[in-house]
Design a protein around this ligand. Structure first.
Ligand code: PHE
Length: 420
């Protein structure tokens, strides 16, 4: 996979360590390196700074809400460099060594120490270190994932953090007293952190609830219903998930909770040993898709005027414009079937990655249509259906035949499978 990246040798070190250059920096390549040129090319496309992108619009709408409707002052930050250390993305957030998200099957590594952030939580501590107490942070995050209309290996997240002293929370006790029932239900059977006074935790959660409820109403309308469920994140305890009822279904919108004390930057606890913080994360594409009726996540990346121009008249304080699909071009389906080697731990993400390399933005979905064990040869056989469809033009059979044969060749070589 790395062979396609720009590789050269670091003369400075006078050693033959292969390196790759990404965003102007040189990184040593090692056995964890799995960033592909297709992914590297996304690092330059700053959708959040394109004024008519629905993601930028959503971010502005969120800022406006916090500026005008939230009692506390929040700092708004956009972090455009997605390269972080594995320490920032995982270790400092107490994500265990065995957690699947650490595997190169799920995340993009430049090398074993450096990676593309998988969530904006990776930057919380460095922002806390600047002394900020309430902030919202947005940026692009990267995960290896399936291919369908709501998943791309890159998407955008909003992260929110608020740090309190117990006294600040106690001064709101009366204001939040009606929320006791909801908060207890959200905590459910979760154990609280030993450092925390349960009363303070509940007040902090009530503040989180009020904040998220306000944001949800600003985005989805005053009548929106929200429900909280208990969940688990290694860096929060208790952890809760907020869902909103929209278009007749419950949509999971926020992951949130009370940050683990160990996750707080040491300078926060130096200033106030009793400080407590809530945090939440929200995916921007998912919200923008339902608000504007955008049916395919690939559209956010489209530079086609028929997409971008539809959002140019959107004002932040008005109802979100409904996207009018500009004709759906016909799909072309192709199957690829293969026998796995006898000793293989086949990872579908590897296949998706090859597909993304060969046909960036031209594949709408990949589904496993058949899987069986051939007893005669004692090998598993898989068949995947690939739906090719462009958002912007009609694809020709000629092009797809070329892409499909390149795909077959790469799959056979890289995954060491036997094509059928
Ligand atoms: N980082 C989490 C995710 O990406 C979301 C989250 C943020 C959860 C902050 C709790 C607190 O899923």
């Amino acid at each position: 996979m790395i062979s396609a990246c720009r590789r050269h040798f670091s003369l400075q070190a006078m050693k033959s360590i292969p390196t790759t250059t990404i965003l102007g920096h040189e990184y040593e390549i090692d056995s964890m390196t799995n960033i592909t040129p297709a992914i590297a090319s996304r690092l330059h496309c700053k959708l959040l700074s394109q004024p008519n992108s629905p993601l930028a619009l959503l971010w502005r709408r969120i800022q406006r809400h916090f500026d005008s409707r939230h009692p506390r002052v929040f700092d708004f930050l956009r972090h455009d460099d997605p390269i972080v250390t594995a320490k920032q993305n995982f270790d400092e957030l107490l994500i265990p060594a065995s957690h699947p998200s650490r595997s190169p099957n799920d995340s993009y590594y430049l090398n074993r120490k450096t990676m593309l952030r998988t969530h904006m939580t990776a930057h919380e501590r460095e922002v806390m270190a600047t002394g900020r107490k309430s902030f919202l942070l947005v940026g692009d995050v990267y995960r290896r994932d399936q291919i369908d209309c709501s998943h791309m290996p890159v998407f955008h997240q909003l992260e929110g953090v608020c740090i309190f002293s117990p006294d600040e929370l106690l001064s709101r006790e009366a204001e939040y007293s009606h929320l006791v029932g909801v908060i207890e239900k959200a905590i459910g059977s979760q154990v609280l952190q030993v450092e925390h006074d349960p009363k303070i935790v509940k007040l902090a959660l009530a503040d989180l609830y009020v904040t998220l409820h306000g944001l949800m109403k600003a985005l989805f309308g005053d009548a929106s219903r929200i429900r909280w469920q208990e969940t688990f994140f290694p860096f929060t305890q208790p952890s809760t998930e907020a869902e909103v009822f929209y278009d007749n279904r419950w949509l999971e919108v926020f992951g949130s909770g009370i940050l683990q004390q160990q996750v707080l930057h040491p300078s926060v606890l130096e200033r106030d040993p009793n400080a407590i913080a809530w945090a939440f994360g929200m995916g921007l594409e998912r919200v923008a898709m339902v608000l504007h009726g955008i049916s395919d996540i690939r559209l956010f990346w489209s530079q086609d005027d028929r997409f971008t121009s539809q959002f140019s008249s959107q004002k932040e304080d008005t109802v979100p414009i409904k996207f009018v699909p500009f004709s759906k071009y016909p799909p072309i389906c192709r199957d690829i079937s293969f026998y796995l080697p006898t000793t293989s731990d086949f990872q579908p993400n590897e296949l998706y990655e090859i597909i993304r390399e060969i046909a960036p933005d031209l594949v709408e979905a990949v589904t496993l249509t058949d899987e069986y064990h051939d007893v005669k040869i004692n090998r598993a056989s898989m068949c995947y259906r690939i739906v090719y469809r462009s958002m912007e033009r009609t694809l020709t059979d000629n092009l797809i035949n070329k892409l499909q044969s390149e795909l077959r060749e790469r799959v056979a070589r890289q995954l060491q499978v036997t094509l059928r």
